[in-house]
Ligand binder design. Structure first.
Ligand code: MOS
Length: 712
């Protein structure tokens, strides 16, 4: 580990920065593929039923239309554990927005026009798209996303709650949310015999290639993903989505390359979303704040196609000590599109509930919310009993408090008034697992003195390519400009997604191992590099699996200062400060961006993001960024991310924990807690809209009201 000292830890600027700002960097849709056609999806207008007829005549009569595809004229795919990828495999309709036909034409515009001319008739079945707690279809899954148990129970939580001198029992809800990546989903599919190349916006080239090969019944390696640059993913590009499969099917059907680009509107039903949650938290505590019981239940939805269930209560399993505990996921499969991963799936909504509840308990106890958390700091993982590889939550709370200026805070709500504005501060803890996955990398010494390192990583805007270059350069003992880091190709071998915040930990491990092996090899040949270079390959399967049993998580503390208009209920977030402990930070510049980006997304989910389900249609009413609000520049003011130095030898050769998702966890609770402190209004339902705040405010102007600026 001592070799990683030269560029690791330095604020290296993005190695592909120039390419990106000059427009030279190619994203999926931009690859120059000759002779390509364009496919446009026809989406179901009903939430449940069967396609009775597809009439292509009007579409086919338009000049430039090459084919109209439906379930009768595309190749059969293999059965899949991801049934939403069985595109055009049957006339059954499982959700509104499902692809039921497609047009292939010589231009994008013609394809779009022709798609509107395809007439689809349905036999419509009754549907139920409303998530309600009494639904008889609700069940507890054995396991949830990430492989965690659906339910855990220790001790006698009901008895402990009954005996506890102080009990908190509250229900929190979070809405469905949309990933809203900057680059919409796009694919170019090119078949060459039984080999398929997909230029794809992608978080995991190797993973996607393997899954598409399986779908098409092709051998491993027959599908190649090219994803040099990807414009954001947030989970939505971590597996192939229906538009990618459509491109491959269409290209197969017409015998030419086919391009598919989802429009912003189409993305709202075609590329997944975050499930809504309804969470009940019950906490039992002694008067001194020590928790005796923790009870966390999360109700969520999936589609009828697949029982995808987010790990919403898993953070609660590791956060606080309490002898008696019970955590449960419950799921209802409805006639809705299939939800999937969205940045910190589970942890983000789950910690909104838990960390709001902890704030409510602190109020109930008359205790400082930081002291309450410190009082419940466990010595070991409270459910598994494993030691923590490292855990610096308390240090984050203390150091964050010092930087934020928490000391001397008057805990009483509604005391700070400036004109029509009420101001307040809030805090919440955050946590995210430090995951790793086996990876393969090659390192090659070139005769000219340069080095080429290859790994099927994805840089979705995170700075991964840069950080991996730093890791490689340090292991090789050379300056970073002598290292070329090639990523984004499935052909480079097994590697996980830029997902689960495991990218750099996993890829970096393989890169580090390959580079060390190359240094050793160069030593053995006394530096003599053959004319075609000297290459070594490393994979980390055994290293990853042989690790000792530790509870590995990154932690942090999020602080928010808000201002609430006492008349309108409008919330402005004046300040966010995050203090994190995530192992070794490889590149402070890109790491800071990741953490601040997560915090901005947390702010966005706190105040704005909300897919409005219309149960009559089994779909969302908002299908664009005019009606699905995300935080804009004017909403984001002072956002600071800091971190503690943290040594952890139980992770990987870099000593790093993931940071992609940590920043979004806890932000919404910190803001909700600050809104409570400012106003005395506890909003338990996200987003914190003006209506929800105002509902709790006294009617009419507040006492001492004086006219002030209505915006700040
Ligand atoms: Mo992220 S939601 O784990 O791709």
């Amino acid at each position: 580990m001592t070799t990683l000292q030269r560029t690791v830890g330095a604020e290296v600027t993005r190695v592909e920065g120039r390419e990106k700002v000059t427009g030279a960097a190619l994203y999926a849709y931009e690859y120059p593929v000759p002779d390509a056609l364009y496919a446009w999806a026809v989406q179901s207008t009903v939430p449940r039923g069967t396609v009775r007829a597809v009439d292509p005549a009007a579409a086919l009569s338009l000049p430039g239309v090459v084919a109209v595809l439906d379930s009768r004229n595309v190749v059969r795919l293999r059965p899949t554990d991801t049934p939403e990828l069985a595109v055009l495999q049957s006339p059954e309709v499982a959700y509104r927005g499902q692809i039921v036909a497609a047009v292939v034409a010589d231009t994008f515009e013609t394809a779009r026009q022709a798609a509107a001319a395809v007439r689809v008739e349905y036999d419509v079945d009754d549907h139920d798209a409303e998530l309600t707690d009494g639904d008889p279809r609700i069940f507890v899954p054995d396991t949830v996303n990430g492989g965690y148990p659906g339910h855990t129970e220790t001790g006698d939580v009901e008895a402990a709650l009954a005996a506890a001198p102080v009990v908190l029992d509250a229900t929190y809800t979070t809405p469905p949310e949309h990933t809203a990546t900057m680059e919409p989903h796009a694919t170019i599919a090119v078949w060459d015999g039984d080999t398929l190349t997909l230029y794809n916006g992608d978080q995991g080239p190797w993973m996607t290639a393997a899954r598409v090969a399986e779908l098409f019944g092709l051998p491993e390696g027959a599908v190649r993903i090219v994803a040099d640059h990807t414009g954001g993913g947030f989970g939505s590009k971590a597996i192939p989505r229906p538009p990618t499969v459509l491109a491959a099917l269409a290209a197969r059907a017409v015998g030419r390359p086919v391009k598919v680009a989802a429009t912003r509107q189409q993305m709202f039903t075609m590329v997944s979303y975050r499930t809504p949650t309804r969470q009940r938290i019950r906490l039992g505590a002694e008067r001194d704040g020590r928790l005796t019981a923790i009870w966390h239940d999360a109700l969520q939805q999936s589609s009828t196609l697949t029982p995808y269930c987010e790990q919403t209560v898993t953070c609660t399993r590791v956060m606080y000590a309490a002898r008696h505990r019970r955590t449960t996921h419950r799921l209802a499969q409805l006639d809705v599109p299939t939800p999937s991963w969205m940045r910190a799936p589970g942890e983000a909504p789950g910690m909104f509930a838990l960390e709001s509840a902890m704030d409510e308990l602190a109020v109930e106890l008359g205790m400082d919310p930081i002291d309450l958390r410190v009082a419940n700091e466990p010595a070991r993982d409270p459910e598994t009993g494993h030691p923590f590889s490292s855990r610096n939550l308390v240090a984050c709370l203390r150091e964050g408090a010092a930087r934020f200026g928490w000391a001397g805070r008057d805990p009483a709500p509604g005391r700070r008034r400036e004109g029509r504005w009420l101001a307040g501060t809030g805090v919440a803890a955050c946590n995210y697992p430090a995951l790793t996955w086996p990876s393969t990398a090659t390192a090659r010494a070139e005769p000219g003195g340069g080095f080429t390192v290859r790994i099927a990583a994805a840089d979705i805007g995170t700075g991964a390519r840069t950080a991996l270059t730093q890791v490689a350069a340090d292991e090789l003992g050379v300056a970073i400009d002598r290292v070329t880091l090639d990523i984004g190709r499935s052909a480079y071998g097994q590697a996980p997604w830029a997902g689960g915040s495991m990218g750099l930990s996993s890829w970096g491990w393989a890169v580090s191992k390959a580079c060390r092996a190359l240094v050793k090899r160069l030593d053995e040949v006394s530096g003599a590099i053959p004319p075609d270079g000297l290459e070594v390959r490393a994979d980390t399967a055994e290293d990853v699996e042989a690790r000792r049993a530790f509870s590995r998580h990154a932690y942090g503390a999020q602080f928010a200062e808000v201002r609430v208009d006492a008349v309108t209920g409008q919330v402005r977030v004046d300040r966010l400060l995050g203090m994190f402990a995530a192992g070794r930070v490889i590149n402070p510049r890109t790491a800071g961006s990741q953490l601040r980006g997560g915090m901005c997304m947390g702010l966005s989910t706190a105040l704005y993001e909300n897919l409005e389900t219309d149960p009559r249609f089994g779909d969302f009413a908002n299908h664009d960024l005019a009606t699905y609000h995300i935080a804009a520049h004017a909403d984001v003011r002072d956002v600071q991310a800091h971190w503690l130095e943290e040594d952890d030898d139980e992770l990987n050769p870099m000593g790093s924990k993931g940071i992609g998702e940590l920043g979004i966890v806890g932000t919404a609770a910190a803001i909700a807690n600050a809104v409570y402190h400012a106003t005395g209004v506890r909003v338990r339902d996200l987003p914190i809209t003006v209506e929800r705040v105002r509902a709790g405010l006294p009617a009419g102007p507040p006492a001492g009201f004086s006219a002030g600026p209505s915006t700040r």
